[in-house]
Write a protein that binds this ligand. Structure first.
Ligand code: PLP
Length: 491
């Protein structure tokens, strides 16, 4: 709904109008100065909007309608796996036994919750082919960092203090080099070849006695399966390094292939992507990490163990890298992922991969007539096309992305991976119908035609949204992130 005149909540404010009522104070009133150090006591009351309950309901409901989410429309954001999140997950996460417990409760009173966590770990062990899993990390990047810290601990325990380098392909997700840097490593880039896969000769060139690990996504961020993975694993292992699997997007290999069988030593999963935790608004996520046997001693502590008396946390882990998150991970997201795995079952998970791959290939082949296809091979759960042809007509990939908004679609990921010019990275996911795929394809075809016949309509898009084209530079350089009085906004 077009509603550009939605006023700010501060503009709706009328002195004395209130939207809440609190019970009468039934304890002695205290002087704030007695409770807090004087430097922390605010001298003037904060300026808050004064609005009725109905005003505030209408205000936020109107704003919520401006959002695009998986429940409102197609969201083919590559590498983000914006699949439908089944509502049964929400129902289970709200069970009192899950939602109303406290992390400081005695273990004996939360055995069911601990059993769920233990069971989830076991399922993830089975799905990844690893030997043990921790649920602590709060998201994918956090899992990467946790995994790399374990690899570092492993090398150091072997007296190997010289392994300072982590190899990352040029098509890698940006979090990979970032995590390696935060974990204290130097990143070394390995090139992709003309097929979009890691160049084995270049890999052999960059591997040496200083290699701590190779970080890899498979299928990679171009949506292509690294078919030389066993050879790559041998190259790294022979040099004494470890293999790290970025399993943020497991959608193409779920119940089909396992990182553990490909030779990987550490893997993180994004439960908020593949395993239907809601995401896209900034969290919370969940990035469990699985490891092979020789890395188990370094897992974050406490480790959940099953004993004859029941489930308990083991803190006696002298070689552990320590705790990586307060309490035990983002429990609510883990409940949702557990529910998803249990409702799908092994056959359901296999069907997820098959449908994700078929949907992506169908879309790729139909779009290849109108857009450049840099790697003309079967893809896995996602694919990249290039807007090179349209750019010659003065229409950039950014314009195409903006024009898609007029059709009610969330645009794909653009300008990533960086090794493809005018890149669009499209991930339809398995949960979309053929009709939805077709309507997106039709919109893309229409945009390709507009680029030839009427480029302005694409260049000036979007035309139907509440907010029209933003000044991207201004938004990046001078973001206004919170309410400021109109006269104070300096733009
Ligand atoms: C999303 C993603 C990540 C990062 O996950 P976060 O939960 O956002 O930290 C890492 N690698 C790949 C390939 C991803 O798609």
């Amino acid at each position: 709904m077009r509603n550009e005149n939605q006023p700010l909540i501060f503009e709706l404010s009328r002195e004395g109008r209130i939207g809440y009522s609190l019970p009468e104070l039934d304890v002695p009133e205290m002087d704030t100065e007695e409770l807090l150090p004087s430097g922390f006591v605010r001298q003037e009351a904060p300026e808050l909007p004064e609005v009725s309950e109905l005003d505030i309901m209408r205000h936020y409901t109107a704003l919520s309608k401006r959002n695009h989410g998986v429940d409102s429309g197609f969201y083919p954001l590559g590498s983000c796996t914006m699949k439908y999140n089944p509502k049964v997950n929400e129902a289970v996460a709200r069970y009192a036994g899950f939602a109303h417990i406290h992390p400081l409760q005695d273990e004996s009173t939360v055995q069911g919750a601990l059993e769920m966590m233990y069971d989830l770990q076991e399922h993830l062990v089975e799905i990844t082919g690893m030997d043990e899993v921790t649920l602590q990390p709060a998201a994918g990047a956090h899992g990467e960092w946790t995994g790399l810290m374990m690899i570092r601990a492993f090398h150091e325990a072997n007296g190997d203090f010289n392994r300072t380098k982590v190899i990352v392909p040029d098509s890698a997700h940006g979090t990979n080099p970032a995590s390696a840097t935060v974990a204290g490593f130097e990143t070394v880039t390995v090139k992709s070849n003309e097929n979009g896969l890691v160049d084995l000769e270049d890999l052999k060139r960059v591997v040496d006695g200083q290699t701590a690990a190779l970080m890899l996504t498979n299928p990679n961020t171009l949506g292509l399966f690294e078919e030389d993975i066993l050879e790559m694993a041998a190259i790294i292992h022979d040099a004494g390094g470890k293999l790290y699997y970025d399993g943020a997007n497991l959608n193409a290999v779920l119940a089909k292939a396992r990182p553990g069988d490909m030779g990987f030593d550490v893997v993180h999963l994004n439960l908020h992507k593949t395993f239907t935790g809601p995401h896209g608004g900034g969290g919370p996520g969940s990035g469990p990490v699985g490891v092979k046997k020789d890395l188990i001693p370094y897992l974050p502590k406490p480790v959940l163990v099953k004993t004859e008396e029941g489930f308990t946390f083991d803190y006696n882990r002298p070689e552990s890298i320590g705790r990586v998150k307060p309490y035990y991970g983002n429990f609510g997201i883990n409940v949702r992922a557990y529910t998803y795995i249990r409702t799908m079952g092994p056959d359901g998970l296999k069907a997820v991969s098959e449908n994700a791959v078929i949907n992506a290939n169908y879309m790729m082949r139909r779009l290849a007539e109108y857009f450049d296809l840099p790697y003309d091979r079967h893809c896995k759960h996602e694919f990249v096309i290039s807007g090179k042809r349209q750019k010659k007509l003065g229409v950039r990939t950014l314009d195409i992305a903006k024009r898609l908004l007029d059709f009610g679609f969330h645009p794909p990921t653009i300008y990533f991976p960086i090794n493809v010019e005018e890149c669009m990275m499209i991930e339809p996911t398995e949960t979309e119908s053929k009709e939805t795929l077709d309507s997106f394809i039709e919109a893309m075809i229409q945009i390709a035609k507009e680029a030839e016949e009427n480029p302005e309509i694409v260049q000036e898009a979007p035309h139907t949204t509440v907010i029209s084209r933003l000044d991207e530079t201004q938004a990046a350089r001078k973001p206004v992130l919170r309410y400021q009085k109109k006269e104070a906004v300096e733009v």
